[in-house]
Write a protein that binds this ligand. Sequence first.
Ligand code: GRF
Length: 224
Amino acid sequence: MNKKRIGVLISGRGSNMSSLIEACKSPDFPAEISVVISNRPKAAGLEIAASKGIKTLAINHRNYDTRAAFETDLHQALMDAQVELICNAGFLRLLTAEFVDKWHDRQLNIHPSLLPSFKGLHTHQRALDAGVKITGCTVHLVRTDMDAGPIIAQAAVAVEHDDNEQTLAARVLAAEHQLYPHALKMFALGEAFVKNEMIEIRAKAQQTPSSKLPAIFSPPLDKV
Ligand code: GRF
């Protein structure tokens, strides 16, 4: 199988990265991780990736005077590793239009909300403050506007009446770990593809159970 070469960008603990590493172990998964790069040298995810035999790099943004200079080295490192697709996984650095354009339709991101709601940081507290009953996570293509771009896949998570930021974040994170490999697989196989700035899903993929996440109702239907 011709596997797509993935570069994973992280800044922290790397749990989504770990879920991608796990998925890539499967012989029939259509992607493999060529390099994991962190802009923070102390990111816990770097050690996790290295312990699994994956090439890691720290490119500390603090060592650069400009975003452009940082991104030049980031781009070069990705090219050196012959990366075909970037997966941002908790990468906390805004990227310039120049970099984003270089990787147009070749850079994915995961965000812990149902976009376009709750872009940016502190999504779970903001979802709780807004009183939404359903939240979730989104995998989308990266565009110059933050947390925007064609949506590849989403998973819904019910907000419980006694949730706090931590409990809600934990349940959404568990959904993220399932969603990201699922979205990457569909995109790498070409089952999810861009058309007119939207993602279309090939009919074949729509029929497979893995592409059908159950609708979640909150409060649960049988309790109303
Ligand atoms: C995740 O919630 C992801 O959606 C967001 O940042 C968090 C990263 O967590 N972009 P991890 O480093 O993958 O554990």
